[in-house]
Write a protein that binds this ligand. Structure first.
Ligand SMILES: Nc1nc2c(ncn2[C@@H]2O[C@H](COP(=O)(O)OP(=O)(O)O)[C@@H](O)[C@H]2O)c(=O)[nH]1
Ligand SMILES: [Mg+2]
Length: 362
């Protein structure tokens, strides 16, 4: 399953530019042809050095990376939650993604209009977050009205829900994103069901000019630290142009290095986004494929198996686990087996980032 990310930000922040940079770069990772589901939905293959090294042990097989789905969500302007611009259209799209990539314009270019006249990183971020908060407030208030009726009849779960809704509403009325609150294990299922927009993890993408970091991007980093979000700096225009001009991966790398970059925006973005989502990557070597998979950190072996086939969960027998580092050190799967270093894991085993797993079902 692809992890899905939605690009939001003010008009002219560089969302479409970054969408192009990401999807063009991912198109070069092989295996998957670049695929545009709709004009604003793209799938990018995730570059993965560990998968490359694993694949080198099985050169006859096909390499299948994980993918991310990226949605270029237009229409979030000041007042959008009240129906301004494209109004509420953007909402359904944000509801559908796992994490938000909030693109912040950090390039002062007089030729490119700013919707509020001039650049002000904090204000620009607040306008976008303010729209999301306004939407959450509206949905949560409506929900509270309905639940409060049931609560008055003495319905215990409804009373607990009202208590949680009040806490969420206090935060959003106060201009605080729900992602900054902490929740108990009992509250989590309801929170997941409510899925407020501001509960989704946010990765700020400071879109800078070719020269890189500047005062504006430093302000983005500061806001991110204050608000429980992640952040990365991306030279959107440069990387989008590179994606178009250099079809060959090595050539692109050489270019990036000229600008002092060792990794593409896609690589850095995926790393930060996977960290925010708390997902890990494991690998399989099955049939004709060497393949990467992502699952939430803490996933047990049978549930990880279910990502591949439900039989691996429902008829789970065991999982043979080879940490990638051990496999690479041994030089081959056979050498690792002969050394007796393949771990036979039961259904309680928690999958670790970088495990190479062979599932056995009945
Ligand atoms: N100078 C400069 N222009 C950029 C940069 N990123 C995007 N742009 C330009 O800004 C304009 C708006 O970008 P676009 O991606 O369409 O913004 P969107 O409205 O958020 O999708 C386009 O003309 C881009 O070429 C950048 O880093 N530097
Ligand atoms: Mg656009």
């Amino acid at each position: 399953m692809s992890r899905s990310f939605g690009l939001v930000g003010l008009p002219n922040a560089g969302k479409s530019t970054i969408f192009n940079a990401l999807t063009l770069a991912g198109a070069r990772v092989e295996a998957y042809p670049f695929c545009t589901i709709e004009p604003h939905h793209g799938v990018a293959s995730v570059p993965d050095e560990r998968l490359d090294r694993l694949h080198a042990l099985f050169p006859g097989k096909k390499k299948v990376p994980t993918t991310i789905e990226v949605v270029d969500i237009a229409g979030l302007v000041e007042g959008a939650s009240q129906g301004e611009g494209l109004g509420n259209q953007f909402l359904a799209e944000i509801r559908g993604v796992e994490a938000i990539l909030h693109v912040v314009r950090c390039f002062p270019d007089p030729d490119i209009a700013h919707p509020m006249g001039e650049l002000d990183v904090r204000r620009d971020i607040q306008v976008v977050e303010g729209e999301l908060l306004a939407k959450d407030r509206e949905t949560l208030e409506r929900r509270r009205e309905r639940t409060a009726k049931a609560a008055r009849t003495g319905d215990k779960p409804a009373q607990e829900e009202v208590a949680l809704l009040d806490r969420l509403l206090d935060a959003v009325r106060d201009g605080k994103a729900i992602r900054t609150l902490r929740f108990s294990a009992q509250e989590m299922p309801l929170l997941r069901e409510l899925a407020p927009l501001t509960s989704k993890p946010v990765l700020f993408v400071a879109n800078v000019d070719d020269a890189g970091e500047n005062d504006l991007s430093r302000a983005v980093a500061e806001v991110a630290r204050e608000s429980g979000a992640g952040w990365i700096i991306v030279r959107g225009k440069l990387e989008a142009e590179l994606g178009e001009a250099c079809p060959e991966e090595g050539e692109r790398q050489a270019f990036l290095q000229e600008y002092g970059l060792t990794e593409s925006a896609l690589v850095r973005l995926v790393r930060e986004a996977y960290r925010l989502l708390a997902v890990i990557t494991f690998y399989t070597v099955e049939g004709p494929e060497v393949r990467a998979w992502t699952v939430p950190a803490g996933t047990k072996a049978p549930d990880a198996g279910a990502a591949i086939h439900t039989d691996f969960r429902d008829r789970f027998v065991l999982a043979e686990v080879m940490p990638l580092a051990d496999l690479l050190a041994a030089g081959s799967e056979r050498a690792l087996r002969e050394a007796g270093r393949v771990h036979r894991a039961g259904r309680d085993y928690t999958v670790q980032d970088g495990d190479v797993i062979h599932f056995i079902s009945a």
